[in-house]
Design a protein around this ligand. Structure first.
Ligand SMILES: Nc1ncnc2c1ncn2[C@@H]1O[C@H](COP(=O)(O)OP(=O)(O)OP(=O)(O)O)[C@@H](O)[C@H]1O
Ligand SMILES: [Mg+2]
Length: 630
């Protein structure tokens, strides 16, 4: 706004601004902006360096989520004392010396930028000793002071008060718990890629995560990703030309609501690459409902000359010389692995034609009767179950609210609930028993997604997951009241589940927020959380998945203050878990119960994301489809 109004006045008035070279310090700070976004970026760079130095054990110590201090110790080669000041200089590296070496680079680092960038936005101390040196040396980056020190062979880098000189940047940081979670995630990625190296992360003097050198990759993957993932995934190994792919892909029914278990590595480097992600996703194409996210950890090894890692400041993206071939090979590898699993899955019932998202084994069946009573207390008192004045409107152009006039009598008796639909007469005038039900009587379910019902106007099509999600969401909002805690139902048998160190950190930091949501979550043992209560309004949700999603939301939201504001979003996440999954096969009774619940729920004609939950296709429209009466 300001710019627009002041521009005409100042045009021509200002002297031409001269071009000048920026001071070194500012150049470094600008460069640091690209490399160092948060404490986790520092952790990633320092662990990269330790691995490049051939470390077999890397220890990370953090204070205040890494914001106050980050220390990374390794037992690698160390740095020669003559080179020590160079290590902090921009564009100084021991890893490449020519373009040819850049093109065939096998180390994690090669730009000679990371330490300089970090030193421009934090206090940095380097302590290092090579194997043949009589003692260690310690360099203080800001003062340049170099002094003898005590240390075994290897390097320690201490980074303190990140962004102390750039307060604007510091403001973007989230809570300590969230920053810690990101730091842990950074180490997790390294741990997945390097099973031969031991990793430990300490936070405020407590061991937050530890992975000992593993007996091969599968052992490390199980250590990092958990036995649950391993049990619900298939291994794969494929070699084609210059490309080797190995790793594990989650079975479709173990898909998640979030893309939080998707790891792709190229030559040991964690990447977020569209081409690769697309290749994997497309291998799941006909097996996964659109919004579900597959879980996978995939490791690609390719001749370095065939991949450009110098694409992104944080090296998180890569470019392949032959992207198509890589895409095809990866897709093929994943398809093969999944084909193997599919054969094992459903020997009895034929696979559903469209999506496959199966309710987790052992979870309680959906109980529409209970839910209905919960939603529509009026029904229990014999009052009409729904009101014309309520939220119910027919979608535009299909009869309007008048169509429902006079439909306030109680619904037909329970016996007349749609069983035995096969014998229904086809006559138009005497479709039975739909009079009391605006959304009609259920007749079928198709594609595992839609419920078809017949009402006075013709055909009703309901997106069952979207509709039920809205119902559960409204129920949760009512139960939550204005800021009160959600009623919790204590569990006779607590549910324990594997959790990442990051999840555990968030669970501890946000214990109160979780309680307010009806989730009493505690730490059972290293790598295991336990839920001792569930939200009473979600009797059927998979607790492990629900808790993980809520933890992910909390980690995003940051502080408890934000949580209050993000409450509706949290409830929406929870509703998604409480809602019947697409692909669940419903009985006619369950379908009818869903329709009745919709009729009794506010705002039930759109889902939480604003999409319609149901559509009316009138007899007239059906007639038009078949050119009847022309
Ligand atoms: N932990 C370490 N052990 C041994 N040498 C190290 C260690 N950390 C840094 N160095 C030395 O310091 C140099 C500079 O490190 P820095 O991370 O700034 O650059 P780089 O790793 O070469 O490239 P990039 O900017 O891509 O990370 C390295 O090339 C390496 O020689
Ligand atoms: Mg580096």
């Amino acid at each position: 706004m300001k710019l627009v109004s002041s521009a005409p006045q100042s045009a021509g008035a200002d002297p031409v601004r001269r071009i000048r070279e920026l001071p070194d310090e500012l150049v470094s700070q600008i460069a640091a902006g690209e490399v160092v976004e948060r404490p986790a970026s520092v952790v990633r760079e320092l662990v990269d360096n330790a691995l490049d130095a051939g470390a077999s054990q890397v220890t990370v110590r953090l204070a205040a989520g890494g914001v106050r201090s980050i220390t990374v110790e390794d037992d690698g080669t160390g740095i020669a004392v003559e080179d020590l000041p160079l290590a902090l200089r921009r564009h100084a590296t021991s890893k490449i010396a020519s373009l040819a070496e850049l093109e065939s680079v096998r180390t994690m680092g090669f730009r000679g930028e990371a330490l300089a960038a970090i030193a421009s936005v934090a206090e940095v101390m380097l302590t290092t000793r090579t194997r043949d040196a009589p003692h260690a040396w310690r360099l203080h980056a800001r003062s340049g002071e170099l002094a003898p020190a005590a240390r075994a062979a290897g390097t320690t880098v201490e980074v303190q008060e990140l962004f102390f000189s750039t307060p604007a940047r510091r403001k973007f940081l989230k809570t300590d718990a969230t920053e810690l979670a990101h730091c842990l995630e950074a180490v997790r990625r390294h741990a997945l890629a390097r099973p031969d190296v031991g990793f430990a992360v300490w936070h405020e003097g407590r061991l937050a995560a530890q992975w000992r050198p593993a007996d091969g990759a599968p052992q490390r993957w199980a250590d990092v990703l958990g036995a649950e993932f391993v049990a619900a995934s298939r291994g794969l190994q494929l070699e084609r030309g210059p490309l080797v792919v190995h790793g594990r892909v989650g079975q479709p029914e173990a898909a998640r609501s979030r893309a939080d278990l998707q790891y792709l590595f190229v030559n040991g480097r964690y990447v977020r690459d569209r081409l690769l992600a697309h290749a994997v996703r497309s291998a799941y194409e006909d097996q996964l409902h659109g919004s579900r996210q597959p879980a996978y950890a995939l490791f690609l090894a390719i001749t370095p000359e065939l991949v450009d890692v110098n694409v992104h400041p944080t090296k998180i993206e890569v470019r392949f010389r032959d992207g198509r071939a890589v895409h095809q090979t990866l897709r093929h590898a994943v398809e093969e692995a999944l084909a193997g699993s599919r054969a094992l899955v459903s020997p009895v019932s034929p696979a559903p034609a469209v999506p496959v998202t199966v309710m987790p084994q052992g979870s309680a069946p959906w109980q529409p009767g209970l839910a209905l009573a919960d939603v529509a207390p009026a029904a229990q008192e014999g009052a009409p179950r729904w009101q014309v004045e309520g939220p119910w409107r027919t979608p535009q152009g299909s009869g309007g609210i008048d169509a429902w006039a006079g439909l306030r009598e109680p619904p037909p008796a329970a016996g007349d609930d749609g069983k035995g639909t096969a014998g229904w007469p086809l006559g138009r005038e005497d479709r039975p028993g739909t009079a009391g039900w605006p959304l009609g009587r259920a007749v079928a379910q198709i594609g595992g997604v839609y419920v078809l019902a017949e009402n006075a106007q013709g055909l009703v099509v309901v997106d069952m997951h979207a509709a039920h999600e809205r119902i559960v969401y409204e129920r949760l909002k009512r139960a939550a009241g204005a800021g009160a805690a959600l009623p919790a139902q204590p569990l006779l048998i607590p549910v324990s589940f594997a959790a990442t160190a990051a999840e555990i950190a968030i669970a501890e930091a946000e214990h109160e927020a979780l309680l307010a949501l009806g989730l009493d979550v505690g730490v059972l043992a290293a790598g295991t959380l336990v839920a001792r209560s569930r939200p009473a309004a979600l009797p059927d949700a998979d607790l492990a998945e629900l808790t993980r999603s809520v933890l992910a939301d909390l980690s995003e939201a940051g502080s408890t203050r934000v949580v209050q504001r993000a409450r509706d979003e949290l409830l929406a996440t929870m509703a998604c878990h409480g809602a019947v999954r697409a692909s669940r096969r419903l009985t006619i009774e369950e379908m009818n119960a869903l329709l009745r619940e919709m009729e009794a729920t506010e705002r039930a004609d759109t889902c939480n994301h604003g999409r319609p939950t149901w559509r009316q296709v009138t007899m007239k429209e059906l007639d038009a489809l078949f050119l009847r009466g022309r």
